[in-house]
Design a protein around this ligand. Structure first.
Ligand SMILES: [Zn+2]
Ligand SMILES: [Zn+2]
Length: 487
């Protein structure tokens, strides 16, 4: 659905798991046909690795005058020195053969064979001679064949990559920054063939260190990052030669290692425990909002340790990150929202029994669309407010405000005895018609727990001052423990 139009999507969206699976199923079938065809034409692949629809192939160069004939599905050879093969299908094809570049001609022929297999997929190709220096970028590697016949790889990043790393002035902890940069250096070391010697790897490390310098990091910090990454890399090489763990793992080994480390386990927060069973094993995790110096988290950790000292059920208390300035200062949707079209939306328009609340601190003046899901809201009786004895209903919903609000309105109109507002009307204003309620939105919530906790808090803190219309059963929810930080 796009606005009110229905549109049919052709093909699958990038990034969905399903898209990857479909591509794999199709490509397995396709590869089989492709390899079979190459065998028929006597072309042998030395390297044949597929990643989704990317093929990394290596083969011996075909003779310069090789051309593919799609009609008879066979290869033709012409001696290029005779210059007698004309009838090129296009100017670019003419240029390919005139270049007399064996790489380009070979892969041009391969791409023609590939494109002849199925009309659903069309291939382009890339060869080292398209680049300067002559290497093919594959993900974060630059790959080429050296003169001794070895496949070499060097670290590669797009020239358009950001020159800056996490700035020294950013609010992340020193430890996090150091870990991130050490891992990045390690990636550069691992991505450069050992056979190339340390000079090439050092070149990539120097380039990275320049980024760190320009992002505000001291020489001392940079030296430490280099030292840590080199140590880690040497350990990896040592583990490789001792047979403890290969430097480059295959798929089977990666899955096996992940299982041991507890990656993908439901209790991902027990990572330290899986690494070393001497560490504590936690039953669950509790996130707390950030406070200066992590004070709240530390106090809660201390209290948790006291309370659960003799218990098998331990709770890991983790401080969440703070909100980013970007989220406070930037408006993601600069366009005014479309007008609400619902007939019965107490938050946007007047109905027989309600009016939308106008900027009142009590009722909530949050500038939220009535179509935002997961919100807290308040309903106030206007008659009681006039009499100086405000009566409030405090609510929360996981659906949109307009849906829940519409339900309330219909219930009030039908005089449904289950509805708190309708109940209030029969009890407090039995002889009055045209009593109306004010509907206000208070806040949007990211998760159900904080939404319900907020509702309980609002009920608990309002009940002393005013009449609360919520039924008593709602008071019986688990009480909210109050935590106070002492300075
Ligand atoms: Zn509305
Ligand atoms: Zn009332």
């Amino acid at each position: 659905m796009f606005k009110s139009h229905k549109r049919l999507q052709v093909g699958l969206a990038t990034g969905y798991d399903m898209t990857g699976l479909c591509a794999d199923v199709y490509m397995v079938w396709w590869m089989d046909k492709f390899v079979h065809k190459l065998n028929q034409l006597n072309i042998k692949l030395d390297v044949n690795v597929r990643f989704k629809d990317d093929l990394n192939l290596m083969t011996k160069a075909l003779p310069l005058g090789t051309r593919y004939d799609p009609n008879n599905k066979e290869l033709h050879y012409t001696n290029p020195s005779l210059k007698c093969f004309a009838n090129f299908s296009s100017q670019s094809e003419k240029e390919i053969y005139e270049s007399e570049n064996p790489e380009v001609i070979t892969f041009y022929v391969l791409s023609q064979i590939a494109n002849d297999i199925d009309t659903m997929i069309s291939f382009t190709y890339d060869v080292p001679s398209n680049y300067e220096p002559k290497m093919v970028p594959i993900l974060d590697l630059n790959v080429y064949l050296n003169q001794d016949g070895y496949i070499m790889h060097e670290f590669y990043e797009k020239p358009t990559n950001n020159h800056f790393v996490i700035l020294a002035s950013s609010a992340l902890s020193f430890k996090v920054k150091r870990t991130v940069f050490t891992q990045e250096c390690l990636r550069r070391l691992r991505n450069t063939s050992l056979r190339l010697g340390p000079d090439i790897a050092n070149k990539y490390l120097s380039q990275y260190m320049l980024k760190l310098k320009d992002s505000g990091y001291s020489q001392k910090f940079r030296a430490e990052v280099i030292k840590r990454s080199k140590n880690a890399f040497n350990l990896q090489i040592e583990n490789d030669s001792n047979g403890i763990r290969p430097l480059f793992r295959d798929k089977i080994r990666i899955v096996q290692d992940q299982k041991e480390k507890g990656v993908g386990a439901v209790d991902w927060w027990n990572k330290a425990y899986y690494k070393d069973p001497k560490n504590k094993r936690y039953s669950t995790i509790l996130f707390v909002p950030p406070t200066p110096g992590g004070k709240l988290a530390k106090q809660m950790q201390k209290r948790e340790a006291e309370l659960n000292a003799n218990s098998d059920t331990r709770i890991k208390v983790v401080e969440t990150g703070g909100s980013r300035l970007k989220h406070i200062l930037v408006q993601n949707n600069p366009y005014p929202s479309l007008p609400c079209l619902k007939q019965l939306c107490p938050f946007c328009k007047e109905t027989l029994v309600s009016v939308p609340a106008v900027n009142s601190a009590e009722l909530g003046s949050a500038k939220l669309s009535c179509r935002t899901p997961s919100v807290g809201y308040t309903v106030s009786c206007m008659e009681c407010k006039k009499n100086g004895t405000p009566a409030l209903y405090i609510g929360e919903t996981g659906r949109t405000a307009v849906t829940r609000g519409g339900e309330h309105i219909r219930a009030i109109l039908k005089k449904n005895p289950q509805n708190p507002m309708s109940k209030h009307l029969t009890k407090a204003h039995p002889n009055q018609n045209h009593v109306r309620f004010e509907f206000g939105l208070t806040q949007h919530f990211r998760d159900p727990l904080s939404r319900q906790a907020d509702e309980a808090l609002r009920i608990a803190s309002s009940s002393k001052k005013l009449v609360v219309l919520n039924s008593k059963s709602e008071f019986n929810k688990a009480p909210i423990a109050r935590v106070q930080i002492e300075n």
